[in-house]
Design a protein around this ligand. Structure first.
Ligand code: DGT
Length: 253
């Protein structure tokens, strides 16, 4: 029977793709998601890290000539009431594209458990940032209704393709993130206040720890969350790095 040409192989292309686990790294601004993602990338050949497309938001290109039109990240920080909704349409579209990227062939050939790791997701776009901007009155109730409508529609249409099998929450006190934000000195962020980081921290906590955020997607309420203490300086400390890797490996297996 197994040699029958009509027989479906148990390792066809869809089986291979479905074997890949999709996980997002969540956490406050400057908590160290990119550093952590690089750590993962070097730690396991079966892992692929897809970075947050922040460069694209800093350099919006004209649809026809592909020349730089503006820096939307800067515009959002300069005038959040005017630009937050536009920012969320752009950030969510780019996150959607990222999450829809098929895993590379290397990952499909992996012997262990292949994992695609995203920096943030279409879910933090909505339940951390857009929600926060709405609560701060930077997104008005009409914009919020419109955002939620297209967000739900797209996520439901793409279905399994944008679902996550796990979330890694890098958790640190907002004060710690503020220090790291100051150290990296990204120009657009120079006006960011501790108060804003505290609000974003609260949104992460409500969503991932207290589970009190009202989620539209039932499936999302069941996604396992690994909480890592990112207040420690994991970049410099090999012991902490090794412990993180072990925790992540256990989480994936
Ligand atoms: P990391 O590696 O943890 O230091 O984080 P980064 O620098 O890779 O990324 P992060 O979290 O600082 O985000 C880049 C910038 O974009 C930062 O100023 C926060 C902002 N940002 C990211 N996503 C959103 C969003 O959905 N809405 C708004 N309003 N801002 C966002």
């Amino acid at each position: 029977l197994s040699s029958s040409p009509h027989c479906h192989s148990s390792t066809g292309p869809m089986d291979d793709i479905n074997r890949v686990k999709r996980v997002s790294i969540e956490g406050n601004i400057a908590v160290g998601k990119s550093t952590f993602a690089q750590l993962l990338q070097f730690a396991g050949q079966d892992w692929e890290v897809v970075p947050e497309p922040v460069g694209k938001w800093q350099s919006i290109e004209s649809g026809s000539s592909q020349q730089k039109v503006s820096n939307l990240l800067d515009m959002m920080y300069q005038d959040p009431q005017r630009w937050s909704y536009t920012f969320q349409t752009n950030s969510c579209m780019s996150r959607m594209r990222t999450q829809l990227q098929p895993p590379p062939a290397r990952l499909l050939r992996a012997e262990g458990i292949p994992v695609q790791v995203f920096e943030r997701s279409v879910y933090s776009d909505r339940y951390v940032f857009a929600l926060n901007m709405f609560e701060l009155d930077c997104i008005n109730s009409t914009e919020w209704a419109v955002y939620q409508d297209w967000h739900s529609f797209l996520v439901e249409q793409f279905g399994r393709q944008v679902e996550l099998e796990g979330i890694i929450y890098l958790r640190a006190p907002p004060q710690k993130c503020m220090e790291r934000l100051g150290q990296r000195g990204r120009v657009e962020e120079k006006g960011v206040q501790l108060d804003y980081l505290e609000k974003l921290h609260t949104q992460h906590e409500r969503w991932l720890i207290d589970k009190s955020t009202k989620l539209h997607f039932e499936r999302l309420t069941r996604v396992p969350v690994l909480v890592l203490d990112a207040s420690v300086e994991f970049e410099e400390d090999p012991k902490v790095r090794a412990k993180f890797i072990t925790q992540v490996k256990d989480f994936f297996s």
